[in-house]
Design a protein around this ligand. Structure first.
Ligand SMILES: Cc1cn([C@@H]2O[C@H](COP(=O)(O)OP(=O)(O)OP(=O)(O)O)[C@@H](O)[C@H]2O)c(=O)[nH]c1=O
Length: 687
């Protein structure tokens, strides 16, 4: 399950809920999150008229609530938090924004405006990630989002309304009702996340956390798995006194208990000696006791186990099992498992499968590359239902080899096979292949797959040398020395150039929309996509922003080929200018776009490019950066970390690292967006 690792990523961090809402507190603690509550002092008095849409008002209020707390805490002799969560819930009906009623008459006005109608409930959420620097300054990274839920009220008579108002329930609730209590009786239907109405969109929040901390869920699983793997065996003490990253450290209590000691939740050593039951408590915990011969479990051990048990009930059993500790469940049952039993047991099926998948990963990649290169997917799209011999004939290959390739593709979910009466299997594309692997699919990744096969694969076959030398292996892989990766490798022949452009084109088409729509860019009229290659990204920007014109700026060798990639419906708001962004003057624009550029270049060149952009910008101009953002703890996503292994002269960075880099050139980070797509995005403004 994705949610447990997500919540457990926050264990060991000082998480602060900047809200006085008891409902938010309850929703988040029910989800297993440990946090402090520091209600925000921000007054909800933003001018609603300034916002184009109601959700923008809710998000901005949530942001101000969270930032106020994040800024105040270090000055109030409190620890700088790691994460501050702010939220604001509003109800909208007939173009009005309803917040908490000021008095009964106000509640009556609100509730009667909702009677018999469908309305929307928006909760805006802001997550402020605080990074304390050496000079005691704090950098803030902001993630914001909102959720909308539609709610329909029944027709409500005045009698009912006043009875409800006199219950006192409406007064501290947006729109004057509480769906979770008496107010639930007024509701005919709810479309969307119920908890969002109550005050906090838990599901969306977890997805955002997943993007920030895990992105690749498997890496989160791996972390828990590594707890098990590295702590198995008989050394129970070292097991539990060496908590894994993300769980409370051995010698210090959890940050939350540091900031606000809570005797009732802080177990004393005496707890460990008795199998006292906690089943009647609101928050039942499992208590663990070591075998009598091994002495008592220390406090940190308890916290580690408790922390796991709170969030990962089924994993807990595995953890205990591996550490050979007896577990006393909340119902009093003692589970004892011996070391020998563990050591002699079979390897865990899931673990074994993960390793095998990793070992076989290159075979799967190469099968995909080969089938794509041999046009298997295009062929089966135009002639579905061919058998292996027929495919072999068309792709000019052996029947045996083709049959193996087709069967491998079936096992990878790229093809389906059906048995004909004559026992022959016939093949068809799956939806996955139709979406991404056909040459002419709107989101075709065929160009990029070919680049992976022809360029990335040879580089990775010299990975050991690359790691030993800490340098790229272009010379070994392609047989020639190259000073400039682009001029000497990607653009050294017309064919290589077209292939590279094709690769960039296909990635830009798949990622373009997510990047182009990541932010409200309505204040910008002109943009310049630096290194914009075929213009695929630029077209996504003009499609998403009707008031925006985009100049694509790229090397002359690239621009002269761009007409090969014109989209079906050209757009005269996209134009091309040839030049070298390290040497030539940049076209004037309100917004500069740098998509998948910086990670390729060494720091020195990045500095030159950013200085040129900064010089071309006046205050208020924007810089939209799009890259894979590494997680702040650099543990993922593996896509970014694996890309770093190609050892280009550049490097992969986190959003904060990019933010600081841009700050040194006079840009402040306005928004960061971890898209669900291949590239993340950050909008910075020149000050
Ligand atoms: C529609 C609805 C709202 N609420 C509560 O309404 C408050 C909104 O006000 P807010 O300004 O977003 O939050 P707050 O309570 O003032 O707290 P804070 O975050 O400190 O400003 C929050 O409480 C929500 O739960 C419910 O409990 N049930 C419902 O069905």
């Amino acid at each position: 399950m994705v949610l447990n690792p997500v919540i457990s990523k926050l264990a060991g961090k000082l998480v602060v809920l900047a809200s006085a809402s008891p409902r938010r507190l309850e929703i988040l603690s029910n989800a297993g999150l440990r946090f402090e509550v520091v209600p925000s002092w921000f007054k909800e008095t933003l001018d609603k008229g300034l916002f184009k849409a109601p959700h923008e008002y809710a998000v901005e209020t949530a942001k101000q609530k969270a930032l106020e707390v994040a800024r105040r805490m270090p000055f109030k002799h409190l620890k700088t938090p790691d994460i501050v969560i702010g939220a604001d819930t509003i109800v909208t009906v007939d173009g009005m924004i309803l917040e908490k009623p000021v008095d009964k008459e106000d509640a009556y006005r609100m509730l009667s405006s909702l009677s018999g109608k469908e309305h929307s409930v928006f909760t805006g959420v802001a997550i402020v990630v605080c990074h304390e620097k050496e000079n005691e300054e704090v950098d803030y990274q902001l993630i914001e989002f909102y959720e909308e839920t539609k709610v329909k009220f029944a027709d409500l008579s005045d009698n009912m309304l006043w009875e409800y108002i006199n219950s006192g329930e409406p007064m501290d609730k947006a729109g004057g009702y509480g769906i979770q209590a008496l107010g639930g009786m007024l509701v005919e239907y709810v479309h969307g996340d119920f908890l969002n109405v109550v005050g906090f969109p838990l599901n969306h929040f977890c997805k955002q956390l997943d993007l920030i901390y895990n992105r690749c869920t498997s890496s989160a699983d791996q972390e828990i798995v590594s707890v098990r793997l590295s702590h198995n065996g008989s050394h129970a003490t070292s097991i539990l006194t060496q908590p894994p990253p993300g769980l409370p450290a051995q010698s210090s209590p959890s940050p939350s208990s540091k900031a606000k000691p809570n005797p009732s939740s802080s177990p004393t050593p005496a707890n460990y000696t008795h199998h006292t039951q906690n089943s009647s408590s609101a928050n039942p915990v499992h208590k663990v006791k070591r075998k009598s011969s091994e002495g008592e479990v220390d406090e940190s051990s308890w916290m580690l186990v408790n922390s796991l048990s709170k969030h990962t009930d089924d994993r807990e059993a595995e953890f205990i099992y591996n550490t050979t500790l007896p577990l006393v469940t909340s119902s009093g049952q003692v589970i004892e498992l011996s070391v020998t039993e563990h050591e002699d047991s079979e390897p865990k099926k899931d673990d074994l499968q993960r390793i095998i998948d990793l070992m076989d990963g290159f075979k799967a990649s190469k099968a995909l590359f080969t089938a794509s290169k041999m046009c298997v997917f295009d062929l089966l799209q135009s002639r579905p239902g061919l058998d292996a011999a027929q495919v072999a004939q068309e792709i000019k290959a052996s029947v045996k080899g083709t049959a193996c390739l087709l069967e491998a593709c079936v096992s990878l979910g790229l093809l389906t096979s059906k048995q004909r009466a004559c026992q022959k299997s016939v093949y068809e594309n799956t939806d996955l292949s139709s979406h991404f692997l056909l040459s002419d699919a709107p989101f075709s990744l065929r160009g990029y797959i070919q680049h992976c096969n022809d360029t990335v694969w040879p580089l990775f076959s010299h990975l050991e040398s690359a790691v030993r030398e800490g340098a790229n292996q272009r010379e070994k892989a392609f047989g020639k020395t190259s000073k400039d990766m682009f001029q000497d490798t990607f653009y050294n022949s017309q064919e290589a150039k077209l292939r590279f452009m094709n690769a960039m084109h296909s990635i830009a088409k798949v990622t373009g929309r997510a990047v182009a729509t990541a932010f409200d860019l309505s204040s910008f009229k002109t943009a310049c996509d630096l290194g914009g290659c075929t213009g695929a990204m630029a077209y996504e920007f003009t499609k998403a922003h009707p008031g925006l014109s985009v100049t694509v700026f790229d090397l002359p060798a690239v621009v002269e080929m761009s007409e090969h990639f014109l989209p079906l419906h050209t757009d005269n708001r996209v134009s091309f200018v040839a030049g070298d962004f390290f040497k030539d003057e940049l076209p004037k624009a309100d917004l500069y776009i740098l998509a998948r550029i910086l990670h390729d270049w060494p720091d020195e060149k990045v500095g030159i490019l950013l200085s040129k952009i900064a010089n071309a910008c006046t205050a208020g101009c924007g810089l939209l950066l799009s890259e894979i953002f590494l997680d702040e703890d650099r543990r993922g996503p593996s896509r970014g970390l694996l890309q770093a292994l190609s050892m280009s002269e550049g490097k992969q960075r986190s959003a904060t690292e990019y933010g600081l880099l841009l700050k040194s050139h006079g840009f402040i980070t306005a928004h960061v967006r971890h898209t669900d797509n291949l590239l993340d995005a950050m909008l910075c403004i020149k000050v």
